[in-house]
Write a protein that binds this ligand. Sequence first.
Ligand code: MG
Length: 380
Amino acid sequence: MNLSVLGSTGSIGTQTLDVARKLNIKITALCAHKSVDKIEAQIREFHPQIAVLSDEKAGADLKIRVRDTATKVLFGEQAILEAAAHKNADTVLNALVGMMGLVPTVTAIEAGKTIALANKETLVAGGDYVMALAKQKQIPILPVDSEHSAIFQCLQGMAPNRALKKLILTASGGPFFGCSRQQLQKVKAADALQHPNWDMGAKITIDSSTMMNKGFEVIEAVHLFGVPVSDVEVVVHRESVIHSMVEYDDHSVIAQLGVPDMRIPIQYALTYPERYASDVPELSLPQIGKLTFFEPDDETFPCLSICRKAIAKGGLTPAAVNAANEEAVRLFLQDKISFLDIEKIAQDALENQKQIDYHCIEDVLVCDRAARQRVLSRYS
Ligand code: MG
C-alpha cells in the first residue's frame, strides 16, 4: 500500500504513522498545518515523496530544513489537494481537523483513492454529495472513527437480506457526565479539555464534552451506513470498551470491543478486509469488571438532539450547524464565550438555515462561510 496521510502531526496522524511503521506501509505524502519539528522528523523517518504544510511561513521554513532529503515540500492550502491526489498513493487517510478536510476528501475520491476517513466534517457537512460521488466512482470510504469502525466491523457478518434493525453508537459521556446545567455554566476550556478515556485534539475534546461529537457521529453513521436517523441510537457507556453495536431484525446484537486505542480502528481501515497483529494491549474483561450503560441526557446536553434535527432537516443544515459549532468552539477556547453559548450558537444555526438543497461542494462552502459569519458578527 502507498498511503498519504493528511493531518499527519495530530493525534490520529501520529498514531497512523505508528501503524504504518509496524506494518511497513509506504508513505507517499504527509500533510500538516504548521508543526515543522514534527513533520521534519516524520519526513526523515518515512521518506515521503511530498510533504505539505498549509501554513506558508512554516512551509517555507520546512523546505529549507529538509533540502538534504528527496522529499518535495509544498505549502499553502491548495497544496493539500496535491497531497490528496498524488498519483503514487492508492489510499488517503484524512485526519484533518474541521471543515478544511472536506475538499481534500472530494479531491482524493475524484483521483480514485481509497479513503480512510477520520475527518468528521467530510460527512457531516458534505455527506450527501461525498457518498454519491464515492458511489459513482466506486471508491470505498473506510471509517477510522472508533464508533463507525466498530459498526463497520459488526456489519461484516451481515445477512444477505441486510435485516438491519438499528445501529447503537456508544458515547463515553465526556468529562461532564452527570453534571447539572448550573455546573456547566461555570465550565472553562481547561475543564473541558480533560477527556476521561481518549487522548484527542482540542476541537474534538470540546465536541465530546458538549456531546456535539456524538451528534456528528450520528450524522456520519446515517451517511456511511445508509440508515434513517431514527435507526441510530446512542447509549452512554462510560468505560469505552464497547465501541458500538449493530442490532439485527432478530434482535441479535453484535458488538465490537477493545481497549480504547485508536490504532485498532486505524489499522483495520488500512488493512481491511484483513487483520494483522498490533501493539495495542489486549482487552482484559475481568480487569474491567463491569460495563455500565445510561440513556443520554438530552436536556442537559442538547447538542446531540440538535444534530438529530439537523440531519432530519437535511441538505445544508448539518453544514450550517457544523460551521457554527466550529466557530463557537474556537471562541470558547479563547474564553470569549461560555460553555453553554456553544449549544445556543448551534441551535441558532439549526433554526436559521433556510436553504436546504445543494448541488455542488461550492454550495456547502458558501453555507459554511455564511454560518460562521453569523456567529462572528454576534460574538466577537
Ligand atoms: Mg468517535
